[in-house]
Design a protein around this ligand. Structure first.
Ligand code: LLP
Length: 442
């Protein structure tokens, strides 16, 4: 099913009749750009809350004992963490920095999960000190280290083991994690997962609470989850019979896809929820396992649609018979995804939303690199310098993966709601870029 470009935008999208301007959260995007400068990222609070509720509803209505833990790597900031806390979500973190954000808004520690394939000693100590919900142990080095650190603190670390079930989710190779040749998790097929369960159960200072896997991202099909659940739950049953392991918690990770383009075909949240909870329910019954708590970790699917990137068009270069480059004032510094994963996006002109698309162009960024292309070959209305380009579905993995390449400051971020906008991250200044440079006396 092909949708209209506007349907990719946040739920509150509107076209102002008189001006033909794009509005999000009741705010005219061209006014926001005038007020806060360009480029600008905006997030729509209503969309964040509505999609969070959809996840909680779809999973929670099918499986009562369930936590929806937002994967904060997709985008994190203190105001966002506060909203998600209000919505009752948990949080998946992967660094001391992400843990600090959660702590700074008094996020309930027991709903925080800590991931990573090479957590530092300091980060593990931080997790133990805060007493966050679960540390998801990724490898033998970490298991030993954590046992030692917990012993020194006279405490017990509550852990999950991240397993690798060898299921290919067919995502971009950079974002596939569930195949055997991956840096993440204990492979089941090699016997290492079993050894990890056995070791963890014999350790004095770790308490093995459950199992986790994450296959990749974005996964636009429910079948890899079906396969992963079957493999990991059968493994849990074997561990129960061999070592009396009780699985209190179970997580199939995140990775749920979102619609980036008008032609993307992706399952609704209900389909992921149906597959995951259905498999969990039926396999636990068939295998005689107690019903564990289910933890799902959506990142992209909670936040992607809520975010819009706004850019101003500057130079336009027409190469007769070859291509027209429409250059904007952002690019790979704030959205590396097209360059890194060949990710596809759509765009509209925020100041002439309903103008008829008539010309194929390539939207290029402002960075000194030929690969800095945001959208290759998109049919746009007649576009002129000064026009505003709005790219939808920019809420996930754009800002968190941004850089200061070419010493270009990060854009500001505004949160919109009910016709009002507030800045949630200030635009960087040149002085910010030099803040940590010191002349360094020898
Ligand atoms: N849980 C674990 C253990 C993960 O590693 C990830 C993502 C998630 C949950 C959340 O996945 P999501 O629901 O957001 O798809 N930078 C890439 C995506 C990398 C995802 C890394 N792990 C991108 O821009 O597409």
């Amino acid at each position: 099913m092909t949708v209209n470009r506007l349907e990719l935008f946040p739920l509150t999208v509107q076209v102002k009749k008189k001006s033909d301007h794009l509005a999000i959260g009741g705010c005219d995007c061209t006014d926001l750009l005038k007020k806060y400068g360009s480029p600008l990222y905006i997030f729509d609070e209503a969309t964040i809350r509505s999609i969070s509720r959809e996840f909680v509803g779809e999973f929670g209505s099918r499986y009562k004992n369930c936590v929806v833990a937002y994967a904060s790597k997709a985008f994190t900031s203190r105001p966002l963490a506060k909203i998600l806390k209000e919505e009752g979500l948990g949080m998946d973190t992967v660094s001391g920095g992400e843990i600090s954000v959660a702590q700074s808004v008094d996020f309930p520690a027991d709903k925080v999960f800590f991931h990573g394939n090479n957590k530092s000693e300091d980060e593990l100590k931080m997790a133990l000190e805060w007493g966050l919900g679960r540390i998801v142990v990724d490898n033998f080095y970490e298991l030993e280290l954590l046992n030692r650190l917990a012993s020194a603190k006279h405490t017990k670390a509550n852990i999950l083991l991240r397993l690798n079930p060898s299921v290919d989710p067919h995502t971009h190779r950079h974002t596939t994690t569930g195949i055997l040749d991956s840096k993440f998790g204990f492979p089941i097929g090699t016997g290492q997962a079993e050894l990890a369960v056995k070791s963890a159960m014999s350790m004095k200072n770790v308490s093995l609470k459950g199992l986790h896997f994450h296959l990749g991202s974005p996964i636009d099909d429910t079948d890899p989850y079906r396969q992963g659940l079957e493999i990991v739950l059968k493994f849990a049953a074997e561990m129960k019979s061999r070592y009396s392991f009780i699985m209190h918690d179970f997580s199939p990770g995140g990775g749920f896809a979102v619609r980036y383009t008008t032609s993307s075909e992706i399952p609704p949240v209900s389909a992921y929820a149906e597959t995951i909870t259905g498999q969990l329910d039926s396999w636990t019954s068939r295998l005689g396992l107690a019903k564990p708590r289910l933890i799902v970790e959506p990142g992209r699917s909670i936040i992607a649609r809520a975010g819009v990137a706004l850019y101003t068009v500057g130079s336009i270069k027409e190469i007769p018979g070859v291509r027209t480059y429409v250059c904007v004032d952002g690019g790979m510094g704030d959205n590396i995804r097209p360059a890194l994963y060949e990710s596809k996006y759509e765009a509209v002109l925020a100041n002439k939303v309903t103008a008829r698309p008539s010309k194929k162009v390539t939207i290029a960024g402002r960075y000194c690199e030929s690969g800095d292309i945001l959208i290759k070959d998109i049919v746009m209305p007649e576009t002129a310098s000064g026009d505003i380009i709005a790219i939808p579905v920019c809420g996930a993995y754009c800002i968190p993966m941004s850089s200061n390449y070419n010493m270009v400051p990060h854009p500001a971020i505004a949160m919109v709601k009910d016709g009002k906008a507030r800045i949630i991250r200030k635009r960087q200044k040149y002085s910010d870029l030099m803040k940590y440079d010191v002349m360094g006396k020898a």
